[in-house]
Design a protein around this ligand. Structure first.
Ligand SMILES: *Cc1c(COP(=O)(O)O)cnc(C)c1O
Length: 494
């Protein structure tokens, strides 16, 4: 007996010794107050010096291979924060698209508002789990209130609900899955089912259809009018033809601001067709949705409230840093029916009928506390400057279009309804596509501003997308003067 007790005591002693050793060896994971203060100060210094230099920084720097500096092994030993910040600067921040710059006018620009960084910092330090109300009633509520605010913005009734996602792609996927479930499209129905969109619909809708097992649906590309908007009589005709051939039309995806031209499909008219034939109407407003905040935008974005589901991208129109999308549905039940699950290991979580937690409406379970990066700037700045900034973007795009129209040789796309302008230079001789391709490359080589290109009706065109909260008149004027300078230079060279 005695020896057994002694053995146990010895085992215990060894085990406790081991545990204490491991605790000591891992203590570095939780720095103390003075270390933390020092680290925070270093990070803040870095952020401040970045923001200080930002107005003079280029919007684009060509790849010089700096990212290869990151090809170093992960050591067992601790590193030094100032060395690591140096590495961030030389290997990451120095090249590519500077998405924080007001010169960023390509694709759909992002944002990066400062209070969002504070929100992320605090969300990460406190690591509140916002997915389930039981885990953090406040974090869940903050996200629900943001969803409610967006639902009101688009004109949805109190029955609406939604989810904060990582971006527009996941938000669109969530909507497509919800549409599929609510419309009762089963695997065996897919081949006989039809979906309607235009060729300017964002590619993430195709990706979402495939991810949702719907790739074999018959995809009807509805023709567009001269302003690149879905042609509603053509939509109606396609649906009627499909019904007559025994197929099942079930989904229309419209765009409220296409990526290519910023065109807004006539949502109110499309909604009537959807209603008549019992189709789900999804509106991808990832780019354009937040223009509902200003009267210039509201004039264009009519009928969003008629859609069954809508996608918005706060990391575009609300100027948040990357990682914030949103999906809204007119009736929260649709989303809940597609996404709510129960599990034994979650039995401690009480679910009250009709009171959904964010995770009940999401593809995700564990997720970042995304609300704080959105809530903080909204509350801190108030809504008024957001409304003004969005209206400013529309007026800047109009201004750019009008200025360019005055200069001979430029062929312009439609007058902007939102904040995208498409344009190309038609030289007196030579291939216009190649000319414009060289032009966009020359803008990139200059680097002060960044614009992108696309193809419209097979032609190579340039596009200016004004959406960054730091893009103001001086930047747009710079694009105009740079284009003029490049053209003069070309003419001298030819
Ligand atoms: C940006 C965008 C998307 C994709 O959203 P991500 O946030 O990039 O995933 C989808 N549709 C439209 C119209 C967009 O502008």
């Amino acid at each position: 007996m005695d020896s057994l007790i002694t053995d146990n005591v010895q085992t215990d002693f060894k085990m406790l010794d081991k545990i204490r050793q491991l605790e000591k060896a891992s203590a570095g994971l939780d720095p103390n107050t003075s270390l933390r203060r020092k680290m925070t100060a270093q990070a803040v210094d870095y952020a401040e010096s970045f923001l200080y230099k930002l107005p003079e920084m280029n919007a684009f720097e060509a790849d010089r291979g700096c990212s290869r500096l990151l090809e170093v092994p992960f050591d067992e030993e601790a590193g030094d924060l100032s060395d690591l910040l140096e590495m961030l600067d030389t290997a990451v921040i120095c090249e590519g698209i500077n998405a924080a710059s007001g010169g960023q006018m390509g694709y759909i620009p992002g944002g990066g508002m400062f209070p969002s960084a504070l929100g992320d910092f605090l969300a990460d330090v406190t690591n509140r789990y916002s997915g389930i109300s039981f885990a953090s009633p406040g974090a869940a509520k903050m996200e629900q209130e943001l969803v409610r605010w967006m639902a009101q913005l688009v004109g949805y009734p109190a029955s609406a609900g939604g989810d904060l996602t990582s971006g527009g792609s996941i938000a669109n996927l969530t909507a497509i899955v919800t549409a599929r479930e609510t419309q009762g499209i089963r695997a065996r129905d897919v081949e006989n089912s039809c979906v309607y969109m235009t060729s300017d619909t964002h590619h993430c809708i195709d990706k979402a259809l495939r991810t949702a097992g719907l790739a074999e649906c018959k995809k009807q590309l509805v023709p567009m009018d001269n302003n690149f908007k879905m042609d509603v009589p053509a939509l109606e005709q396609l649906i009627q033809e499909d019904i007559a051939s025994g197929l099942r039309p079930w989904l229309i995806t419209a765009s409220a601001g296409t990526t290519d031209t910023g065109a807004v499909d006539p949502v109110s008219e499309i909604a009537k067709v959807a209603e008549k034939h019992g189709l789900w109407l999804h509106v991808d407003a990832a780019y354009g949705g937040f223009f509902m905040m200003c009267s210039e935008g509201r004039q264009v974005l009519q009928g969003l409230d008629k859609a069954h589901s809508i996608v918005l991208d706060p990391h575009k129109g609300m100027f948040l840093p990357y990682g914030s999308g949103a999906v809204l549905v007119r009736d929260v039940k649709w989303l809940a029916q597609a996404q709510t699950y129960q599990a034994d290991y979650m039995q401690d979580v009480r679910v009250t009928e009709g009171q959904y937690s964010p995770a009940d409406l999401s593809l995700e379970l564990t997720r970042p506390f995304r609300g704080l990066r959105f809530w903080l700037p909204l509350k801190l700045f108030g809504l008024a400057p957001f409304r003004a900034a969005l209206a400013e973007k529309i007026w800047l795009a109009r201004y750019f279009h009008e200025q360019l129209e005055k200069i001979p040789g430029w062929e312009l796309g439609p007058y902007p309804e939102l904040s995208v302008v498409t344009f190309r230079y038609v030289p007196e001789q030579g291939d216009a596509d190649a000319f414009n391709e060289r032009l966009v490359e020359a803008v990139r080589a200059d680097g002060k501003v960044f614009i992108s290109s696309t193809r419209i009706n097979g032609k190579f065109v340039l596009r200016l997308a004004v959406l960054h909260f730091r893009t103001h008149l001086d930047r747009v004027d710079y694009v105009l003067s740079l284009l003029q300078r490049l053209l003069l230079h070309r003419q001298r060279c030819d």
